[in-house]
Design a protein around this ligand. Sequence first.
Ligand code: URA
Length: 241
Amino acid sequence: MAKPISLEKILFSQGFGTRRYCADLVYADLVKVNGVLADDPEERIAIEGLMLNVEGQDWEYHEKAYIVFNKPPNYECSHKTTHHPSVYSLLPSPFVERGLQCVGRLDYDTTGLLLISDDGQFIHKMTTPKKNIGKVYEITTPEPITASQIEHLLNGVVLDDDPKPCHAIACKQLAEHILAMTIVEGRYHQVKRMMAAVGNHVLNLHRSEIGAYQMPTDLAQGEWRWLYPEDLKQLSQSVGI
Ligand code: URA
């Protein structure tokens, strides 16, 4: 069992503000610990199964945050955005405060599966090209997808910034204009550039899987959910980390 931690430190670790601000939240009667109003920021609390309520918002304690997010279109995966609002604006503010980062970015117009965490090691392992982690993209095209385009994608296409070809690891045609393509790298606009290189284009792009982890079917666009140890185990086993 982990050592109990002071309430003030716990609130700070979860992203509720500076240590001083967190203590003031307690003094202002704005914090409940497992349903009971707290009055002492120095009180040591057991973190196992801890449920906080801060300013009326229920908050599960997680030492490290791992979340799955269903990204809507027209949001950028960046804290400092240029033309569109940030995906972080759709998440609770403690996540931003505690430094959550996207595990690999999607383009502003791409939708679907996005993992977000504040565990630097996890982010590194999931994004390093060495790990060859498969990511499945569902691509909707304006032109019918042909067998020769699929063959070309599987054999590898050369993109203009790198003589080394990019290969699709798998392609499954889902409809005349829809292709599910698995790639392992994460080059800039990779799917869009691969599709253009074979003479087609991308109308819509949606990421549905990372490793063996699939977007939960009941997670609506713009919603997020915690990943629990069972989810992380499934994910790490499937990607070998
Ligand atoms: N490839 C792209 O072109 N865009 C994405 O968002 C992801 C992969």
